[in-house]
Design a protein around this ligand. Structure first.
Ligand code: ATP
Ligand code: LTN
Length: 327
């Protein structure tokens, strides 16, 4: 039997290269090896303010990017989180087994609470809902970027706590790191991760960027002092980040890049990287524009939610029975 993979992306903005390299491209690369469930986690998106119309549009857009990047909805289940209420149901139960102290130590929460005016309980409690997403489906592997590793550790802790008290209910999931690019950094601030909510748009390459936008963002991308194309995270974070992106999209090794670019300098490297990104994204963008307006996406998501619900219902019943809330 194939092992179960579960992952999700928030419809909180346009997808960018960090999402693609750290998550989506990994899902596609491993699609045939696993029994996959890919979610669009809209309930996680509303932990910070969202415009209702934009949220709806972005939810559909993310589904279209999943398919455009190569997720096959006949092979993998694809659905919107809020279409399966079992997530919030289990999320509440897991709240009762999650420590306040543990939630307070989550770095994503600490970062985000500094950036938002109104810090909701939902933002604080976000990892308990994420744990529910994962545990509902007996997930074995969770392919996500490195920023989410801490949430998976919390999920494991909560699952072990419940299993310890009630017997084996939940499968303990494992973090599945990306092959290359666990953390893609901003092109403007290489000490900050590239993210949908980043304030400087020049730091982020969106999957929907035009060739000219990509060329320009690379032209003005910050570099380090010196001129060598070498990986040195501590002293040369900017060029290290660009090399990581190059490697992830081209499949070339650091040795190959070293041989190709030795003595050539940053300008040529950045120009070539721009073309690598454009070439990689071009077929995905074409597929995206073909499907974004099709009604088939809604149908795919409805089917996906039905299939997800079939699996999660059994888990919810099992949990209700063991904790004593079913008659
Ligand atoms: P937001 O800015 O709204 O918090 P985000 O851009 O950080 O969003 P998420 O929806 O939180 O994106 O992440 C979706 C997936 O993409 C997760 O698996 C996450 O680990 C991965 N990811 C996000 N940013 C990066 C990055 N810069 N490098 C590698 N992986 C990333
Ligand atoms: N917190 C994740 C999104 C997310 C997720 C999940 C990822 C919500 N539920 C379950 C994997 C599995 C993030 O990327 N910020």
């Amino acid at each position: 039997m194939k092992k179960r993979v579960f992952s999700g992306i928030k419809p909180s903005g346009d997808l960018h290269l960090g999402n693609y390299i750290g998550a989506l491209s990994q899902w596609v690369a491993h699609q045939h090896e696993y029994d996959n469930i890919f979610c669009i986690v809209d309930l996680h998106a509303i932990t910070v303010p969202q415009n209702p119309h934009r949220l709806q549009e972005q939810t559909k857009s993310i589904a279209a990017w999943y398919i455009a990047a190569g997720i096959n909805p006949d092979e993998s289940i694809m659905f919107v989180q809020s279409d399966n209420p079992d997530h919030t149901y289990l999320g509440w139960i897991l709240n009762c087994f999650t420590g306040i102290g543990q939630l307070g130590r989550m770095t994503q929460y600490k970062d985000k609470k500094e950036k938002t005016e109104f810090v909701s309980v939902g933002l604080f409690d976000y990892p308990a809902l994420m744990a529910a997403d994962i545990l509902l489906y007996d997930t074995q592997f969770v392919p996500v970027g490195e920023d989410q590793k801490q949430h998976i550790e919390l999920t494991r802790d909560v699952a072990e706590r419940i299993n310890g008290q009630y017997g084996h209910i939940f499968t303990i999931p494992e973090y599945m790191p990306p092959i290359a690019g666990e953390r893609i950094m901003s092109l403007q601030q290489p000490d900050k991760k590239m993210s949908k909510s980043e304030s400087d748009p020049n730091g982020t390459i969106n999957l929907s960027d035009t060739p000219d936008q990509i060329r320009e963002k690379l032209r003005i991308a910050v570099t380090d002092s010196g001129n060598e194309i070498i990986i040195d995270k501590k002293n040369k974070p900017a060029i290290t980040n660009l090399i990581t992106i190059y490697q992830a999209l081209s499949g070339k090794t650091p040795q190959q890049l070293d041989a190709e670019y030795s003595g050539k300098g940053y300008k040529i490297f950045k120009q070539d990287l721009g073309e690598v990104i454009i070439q990689h994204l071009s077929p995905i963008q074409t597929r995206y524009s073909e499907i974004i307006h099709s009604k088939a996406i809604e149908k795919t998501l409805t089917n996906g939610a039905n299939k997800a619900k079939e699996i999660s219902t059994t888990k919810i019943q099992q949990v209700r029975n063991v904790i004593g809330i079913s008659q």
